[in-house]
Design a binder for this molecule. Structure first.
Ligand code: SME
Length: 148
């Protein structure tokens, strides 16, 4: 996986546009993290999560806070790791191939602006090292970006 946080910082450079940075981040993670079938962002808009830049199959557009893994991570403002999505009550199956999932809240100055969602076709894909890197990535994106 290499030094993904360092590579993302270099990729973002001085760019402050959230959508542009999330688009490049999704592409970077897609090409560098093996065994993913979906990776991307949802942004908090008017009290619900709305689909942002991603890689993978088309996904559900809107997720209410508290719904699914994404809405739960957003509501609790904490990372959620689901080793087996079939065991997560209310999991939203956008892609039937997903077997495990990790969702990380994007916090800008302590304020929730969205989530980073990673899905894998393998059970228990998201080990501690991968989650740590993904959290560092989410911090870089949230800290360095301004909403439109
Ligand atoms: N599985 C997610 C929905 C988003 S897709 O995985 C892209 C959830 O339960 O919130």
């Amino acid at each position: 996986m290499g030094d993904l946080p360092a590579d993302l910082r270099a990729l973002i450079g001085g760019e402050r546009d959230l959508v542009a940075n999330c688009a490049n981040t999704a592409a970077l993670l897609w090409h560098r993290l093996p065994r993913l079938n979906w990776v991307g962002f949802y942004f908090l808009c008017d009290g619900e999560l709305v689909l942002g830049p991603f890689q993978g199959k088309p996904a559900c557009t809107r997720i209410a806070l508290g719904r699914g893994v994404c809405g739960t991570a957003a509501l609790r403002q904490t990372t959620i790791i689901v080793p087996d999505v079939s065991q997560f009550p209310g999991h939203i199956a956008c892609d039937q191939a997903s077997r495990s999932e990790c969702v990380i809240p994007l916090l800008a100055s302590g304020r929730l602006i969205g989530v980073l969602d990673l899905d894998s076709p393998d059970l228990a894909r998201f080990d501690a090292e991968t989650v740590k890197v993904a959290e560092a990535i989410a911090t870089i994106v949230a800290d360095g970006s301004l909403l439109r």
